[in-house]
Design a protein around this ligand. Structure first.
Ligand code: IPE
Ligand code: IPE
Ligand code: MG
Length: 245
């Protein structure tokens, strides 16, 4: 059987989509006897570097897990610190993103976010909407189950309103109701810090993604670390349920 899917090394025509579960900021800081937020700040610097390196790495779509629907369980200090770091990143990086051709999107449940932050997210999405070189998607108050539940609610409402028929619900239709509707599925999901779990990230979209788990803590993760991972990824054979001739 022929596999009707782009290249064995898995680089689709639309460009490589790499998603990252950026983990280990807290441990990186604790190892040095510093507050966890110092690790998050260092992590944000790594994000800036990686985004800038995407064209050289051949990454067209970069999706980063910044805050999960479960992360509210952390101390108020840490949650607030992460929220303000995120806001600061948007404000500080806006000009650079436009200069580098980065289009930024935010996925996740916005209803629980602060009104000012929602305004800032709307602003940066508009501000960078004309860019097409790198598509940066940040998952903020994101959970795969929450996303699927919200999509299911929207589908149910559209069925009730007569906009779609229940018989039309397919894999493709569900995908169009997710926060990631305009994005291709991720080809590769990387998790740092040695944890080997998915923690509610892109549950639907990663159905056929390759996974790489690296012990490197996120604040130590450089474009070179990503290059090494991409080299290993390129050697993998993606079958998508078929058989390789
Ligand atoms: C990842 O680092 C960042 C977020 C989850 C926001 P952690 O804060 O989870 O760091 P560890 O896992 O405690 O080391
Ligand atoms: C996953 O990391 C969420 C983000 C990276 C934003 P966590 O540190 O929250 O995940 P668990 O608790 O180890 O599963
Ligand atoms: Mg963690």
């Amino acid at each position: 059987m022929r596999i009707d899917h782009p290249g064995l090394c898995g680089v689709p025509a639309s460009g490589l989509h790499v998603a990252v579960i950026m983990d280990g900021n807290g441990r990186w800081a604790s190892n040095r006897g510093w507050p966890r937020l110092v690790g998050h700040r260092k992590g944000a610097e790594r994000v800036r570097e990686l985004v800038a390196a995407c064209p050289d790495l051949g990454i067209r779509y970069l999706t980063l897990y910044a805050f999960s629907t479960e992360n509210w369980k952390r101390s108020t200090e840490e949650v607030m610190g992460l929220m303000s770091l995120f806001a600061r990143y948007i404000k500080r990086e806006a000009a650079r993103m436009n200069h580098e051709g980065v289009r930024m999107r935010v996925i996740g449940d916005r209803t629980r976010l602060d009104a000012k932050l929602i305004g800032l997210i709307d602003w940066i999405e508009r501000e960078t909407a004309g860019n097409d070189r790198v598509h940066l998607t940040v998952a903020m108050n994101y959970g795969g189950r929450n996303e699927i539940a919200r999509a299911t609610g929207a589908i149910a409402r559209d069925v009730a309103a007569g906009k779609i028929r229940a018989e039309e619900i397919s894999d493709a239709l569900v995908s169009r109701y997710l926060d990631t509707a305009v994005l291709p599925d991720p080809d590769l999901v990387v998790r740092t810090s040695g944890e080997t779990r998915v923690s509610n990230f892109l549950l639907w979209q990663a159905a056929y993604a390759e996974y790489v788990f690296t012990p490197v803590l996120w604040p130590d993760f450089t474009p070179q670390t990503m290059q090494t991972i991409l080299d290993a990824f390129a050697a993998r054979e993606r079958r998508f349920g078929g058989v390789v001739a």
